[in-house]
Design a protein around this ligand. Structure first.
Ligand SMILES: *[C@@H]1O[C@H](CO)[C@@H](O)[C@H](O)[C@H]1NC(C)=O
Ligand SMILES: *[C@@H]1O[C@H](CO)[C@@H](O)[C@H](O)[C@H]1NC(C)=O
Ligand SMILES: *[C@@H]1O[C@H](CO)[C@@H](O)[C@H](O)[C@H]1NC(C)=O
Ligand SMILES: *[C@@H]1O[C@H](CO)[C@@H](O)[C@H](O)[C@H]1NC(C)=O
Ligand SMILES: *[C@@H]1O[C@H](CO)[C@@H](O)[C@H](O)[C@H]1NC(C)=O
Ligand SMILES: *[C@@H]1O[C@H](CO)[C@@H](O)[C@H](O)[C@H]1NC(C)=O
Ligand SMILES: *[C@@H]1O[C@H](CO)[C@@H](O)[C@H](O)[C@H]1NC(C)=O
Ligand SMILES: *[C@@H]1O[C@H](CO)[C@@H](O)[C@H](O)[C@H]1NC(C)=O
Ligand SMILES: *[C@@H]1O[C@H](CO)[C@@H](O)[C@H](O)[C@H]1NC(C)=O
Length: 448
């Protein structure tokens, strides 16, 4: 198979494959190829029956590897199947009480048919707390911090059934985090949860349990991109910037406040004076609040080295517990990583090419707002696998980058820095291209 194609034909082909894989990944909505089993599970355990209903503990587990829920936190809604009311809650609260005018004496906490519940804030008095509550709705991702990937509250429900035959499960669960993106399935009655007592000498169980599973879809979230990727290398002076308008274009109208020049005098007072909910990003050609720069820094005999820099361009946002997902074929031989945490994500089982990176607690897990300290960085040392390693055709650059679960906009592959003298004629085996297309097509269908 000694065919060799002209470089234009080869890059057209590569571009085609790239586009094909892009379309195939965006069209499969509630499916994240890098975290195919990720979901948030909500479990209701009925702990006791009361005279007119029950007391349940509601537990929310974030089983997603890298998607977390940041401030201002989650809100969970549902619709009661009958005329239930919430008498009281611990470790959470309904956002609206609704119309309780029919009640005399004790007034319920919430009478709405479709209550929305949020977490309490840190610093809530002890007598109103519940285990895993009071984090202002913030949920860590499973891979980063499983002990903080769980939230729970207790709810006392009235005007409900008082046996497992008469209780009706709530309907139409919604999860906002805080925007759209999650879809929740119907509540399913499952085997009652067993609770092992702390001394491990006794097991109790819920009187009745149901589960709800919610999954995330970037398509549903319909967010404009929030991050972009720029590239550079030691072997070519070109710095490939983020694509222009990757996250939006600098509006030419006089709509002030959409972005702010870095050299604005009295920057701090301009930022402080702007409205609370308007994002305030630095004016750049890409207009992204976050940029990830991947620099191929050094080449050793057995190893090569990459520097990753995450820069915050948002003057009004600190990212706590940020994370980065990077896909590159050499992650199966990552030898050393400086000042970031690492976990391999292996979405396709045997292919170990995806890494979850996040900051070291109290050191760089907090990405400061835009400004001189608004960046974090790390270096990665990879061991070369002689059979695959090359600096040609952009191989040393990442295939995909997510920041906080959002897909970052990459520069177009034909703009990648070239190796000197590599541009004129590239030897590309036709056989390899055909195989690659087949694999891409098969992957597409496997996911659809
Ligand atoms: C939810 O995620 C967990 C952990 O990844 C997995 O075991 C479970 O099967 C998932 N549930 C659904 C309904 O996908
Ligand atoms: C309800 O409780 C009875 C025993 O009291 C049990 O046999 C039955 O499986 C339970 N049903 C559900 C839906 O949990
Ligand atoms: C649940 O949502 C569906 C569709 O939006 C609606 O038809 C139904 O009435 C809702 N159920 C309740 C109990 O609100
Ligand atoms: C219900 O959800 C819990 C996690 O909250 C999980 O451990 C359990 O396996 C789920 N049960 C079923 C039957 O899916
Ligand atoms: C903005 O508009 C003015 C006149 O309409 C034009 O001259 C200028 O080039 C525009 N600037 C940008 C950045 O598009
Ligand atoms: C970001 O954190 C710094 C302290 O590290 C704080 O001074 C600043 O007000 C925070 N900014 C925002 C927008 O929360
Ligand atoms: C993936 O590669 C990394 C780096 O060599 C290694 O530490 C990790 O154990 C591998 N994971 C799997 C599932 O093979
Ligand atoms: C790279 O990792 C793969 C899979 O873990 C292993 O088979 C191979 O020997 C490694 N190569 C080097 C040069 O360490
Ligand atoms: C560096 O890469 C760019 C493509 O991004 C290419 O146009 C340029 O010729 C390369 N420079 C050298 C010295 O090869």
């Amino acid at each position: 198979m000694g065919f060799s194609l002209s470089s234009t034909a080869a890059s057209t082909c590569i571009l085609f494959l790239f586009l094909l894989s892009c379309t195939c990944f965006t069209s499969t909505d509630a499916y994240d190829p890098l975290d195919p089993n990720g979901n948030i599970t909500i479990k209701w355990d009925i702990i006791t029956w009361t005279s007119d209903g029950y007391v349940a503990v509601v537990t929310m587990n974030n089983f997603q590897q890298y998607r977390h829920i940041a401030a201002p936190g989650w809100s969970l809604g549902w619709a009661w199947a009958k005329k239930e009311v919430i008498w009281s809650m611990v470790g959470g609260q309904a956002t609206e009480q609704g119309d309780c005018s029919k009640f005399k004496g004790s007034i319920p906490h919430c009478c709405k048919k479709d209550p929305t519940v949020v977490d309490l804030l840190p610093g809530t008095p002890y007598n109103m707390q519940f285990s895993n509550c009071c984090k202002g709705g913030v949920l860590s991702s499973w891979a980063q911090d499983p002990t903080n990937a769980v939230a729970s509250f207790q709810v006392s429900v009235g005007r409900a059934g008082t046996t497992n035959k008469t209780v009706k499960v709530p309907k139409n669960f919604t999860l906002k985090a805080p925007g759209p993106g999650y879809t929740c399935g119907p509540a399913k009655i499952v085997k009652p949860t067993k609770f092992i007592q702390p001394d491990k000498r006794r097991v109790t169980q819920a009187l009745m349990t149901w589960n709800v599973t919610c999954t995330y879809s970037q398509f549903l979230a319909q967010k404009t991109p929030t991050c972009c990727v720029s590239l550079s290398s030691f072997y070519n002076d070109t710095i490939v910037p983020c694509p222009t308008c990757a996250c939006g274009c600098q509006s030419n109208s006089s709509r002030s406040g959409s972005c702010i020049e870095a050299d604005t005098p009295h920057l701090a007072s301009v930022v402080a004076g702007s409205g609370k909910n308007t994002p305030l990003v630095q004016c750049t050609r890409h207009m992204c609040p976050v940029r990830i720069h991947w620099r191929v820094k050094l080449n050793y005999k057995e190893y090569w080295r990459v520097k990753v820099t995450i820069t915050n361009f948002n003057y009004k946002m600190n990212y706590s517990e940020w994370n980065l997902v990077a896909q590159h074929p050499n992650f199966d031989n990552l030898t050393q990583l400086f000042s970031f945490n690492y976990k391999s994500l292996t979405p396709y089982g045997s292919i170990n090419d995806t890494a979850l990176l996040w900051g070291v607690k109290f050191y760089n897990d907090f990405l400061n707002e835009a400004g001189p300290s608004g960046n974090v960085q790390s270096e990665l040392l990879f061991r070369k696998d002689k059979s695959t390693f090359t600096f040609e055709r952009g191989w040393a650059f990442p295939r995909r980058i997510y920041f906080n679960g959002d897909n970052c906009v990459m520069p177009s592959p034909d703009a990648y820095p070239w190796l000197p003298n590599a541009g004129s004629r590239q030897e590309v085996s036709l056989f390899a291209l055909v195989m690659a297309s087949l694999v891409a097509v098969v992957l597409c269908f496997a996911q659809a």
